[in-house]
Design a protein around this ligand. Structure first.
Ligand code: SF4
Length: 432
């Protein structure tokens, strides 16, 4: 196999998409391709697209068009949610559907073998129910930490979200496959695993199991020697039970950092969003988590300018984030997704949504700094990720970026876990 064949990847969207690009990269490597970050040198350009917002859709199409224009001889491949959902023509030679990702190399060979001019392949079918598409063991690193996908799809059908249409229903990875990946990651030197998926708390639902099967997965990973820390990705408040919280509290390796999806702190907006909880249920889950993890960092996502969101409803959200003690908020302006129920609801003007985004972002910056400050004086366990001239960087278990100045002359390397005292904070960064 010639090693001169080059592939270029461009990934939009979430960490699950990044994981899937990493899995696809492994397929190309096995087929003898080398990765290049210069698309003009590539024989194949793969764009892993995203459709979570109209902007993500636009950027996906823009990138495909640009690659086709600048690189007319390369095979342009579109994969991921935007191309899965696209109606009509996608600006690519090949569109790989989500369930066909393992056949990407074959599809490229067939396309080249056809020796035709570039042709548009038909839109792939969006599956309503499918088995988990297992990539086998994938190494998707974030420094000394590795991201692991355990589930795909979502059954919740929130009124604004296109994802269940793009990714289909919940499909869970087998525990055996998860454990194999955890062992491989440990053998490759990774110390922390971030367990995630599209709706991670739905893990096992497709097999008729409840959230205890997610607990089983976390315990499986915790049993792997070499893995020192486990983090759970975004969780749905309605799925958390007191038994599950008790269960995770007994996993020493589990980090006290939870991302509990909120979207709005107003009950009337939550209802229109078709979320499965109200503000009091959310607060109750926060109380249970805090009882089990008193110093936990709590982060969330909020959408501003959801259809019909009034000033009063936004005020309710603002009050709620203070009451819940949220330490960081990922804020998004609402984005219309055709085909969802919210698309036909009365829309909030874009400038109003933007103002609300800025108000929440300002609050989030203050809350993040205040949380970092609450850890000053405490001994923290930091996983070293990078070495700078006179300090190291890494996250503590509570997921605060930490700069560690080592005065005793001891050398550390990425992957080391050290215990250090936080002496001050610089905004949201801790200094040790
Ligand atoms: S839980 Fe709601 S917002 Fe999240 S992926 Fe499912 S439908 Fe979308």
């Amino acid at each position: 196999m010639s090693s001169s064949r080059k592939v270029y990847f461009y990934t939009l969207g979430c960490r699950v998409n990044q994981y899937e690009t990493d899995a696809t990269r492994e397929l190309f490597t096995s087929a003898g391709y080398e990765e290049t970050d210069d698309p003009s040198k590539a024989q194949v350009c793969v764009v892993n697209t995203c459709t979570v917002t109209a902007e993500a859709d636009r950027k996906s199409g823009q990138r495909l068009r640009r690659l086709s224009r600048e690189n007319p001889d390369a095979v342009i491949v579109a994969m991921g949610c935007a191309s899965q959902m696209a109606d009509g023509v996608v600006d690519a030679d090949i569109v790989i559907s989500n369930k066909d990702r393992n056949n990407i190399i074959r599809a490229i060979e067939e396309f080249k073998g056809a020796k035709t001019h570039k042709t548009q392949h038909v839109r792939p079918e969006v599956t309503r129910k499918d088995d988990y598409h297992d990539f086998g063991t994938v190494v998707s690193p974030e420094g000394s930490r590795a991201f692991m996908k355990i589930e795909d799809g979502c059954d919740n059908f929130c009124s604004y979200c296109i994802i269940p249409f793009a990714r289909g229903r919940v499909a869970s990875r087998s525990r055996e496959s998860i454990l194999n990946e955890a062992r491989s990651l440990a053998a490759s030197g990774f110390r922390e695993i971030i367990v995630s998926g599209i709706e991670v708390c739905s893990y096992g639902e497709d097999r008729g199991e409840g959230i205890e099967s997610l607990l089983g997965v976390l315990n499986d990973i915790a049993s792997v020697e070499g893995i020192s820390r486990i983090r759970i990705g975004s969780m749905e408040p309605s799925s958390l039970t007191s038994k599950f919280i008790e269960g995770i509290a007994s996993i020493d390796k589990l980090c006290p950092h939870f991302h509990l999806s909120l979207q709005s702190g107003s009950d009337t907006v939550l209802k229109r969003m078709n979320r499965k909880y109200d503000s009091s249920l959310y607060l109750e889950k926060v109380r249970l988590l805090r009882e089990a993890f008193p110093t936990m960092k709590l982060t969330t996502d909020i959408i501003c300018g959801f259809p019909g969101e009034t000033d009063e409803e936004f005020e309710e959200t603002l009050e709620f984030v203070k009451e819940a003690g949220l330490s960081k908020i990922h804020v998004f302006p609402y984005s219309v997704r055709e085909g969802t129920r919210a698309a036909s609801m009365p829309q909030v003007p874009g400038n109003v949504a933007k103002q609300r985004v800025n108000i929440l972002l300002d609050h989030s910056s203050l809350a993040e700094a205040s949380y970092a400050k609450s850890l000053v004086g405490k001994d923290l366990e930091v996983l070293i990720e990078t070495e700078r001239e006179d300090y190291y960087t890494g996250y503590c278990r509570e997921y605060v970026m930490t700069h560690v100045y080592v005065k005793d002359g001891i050398k550390h390397k990425p992957g080391d876990i050290i215990t250090v005292k936080a002496v001050s904070n610089d905004g949201a960064i801790l200094i040790c």
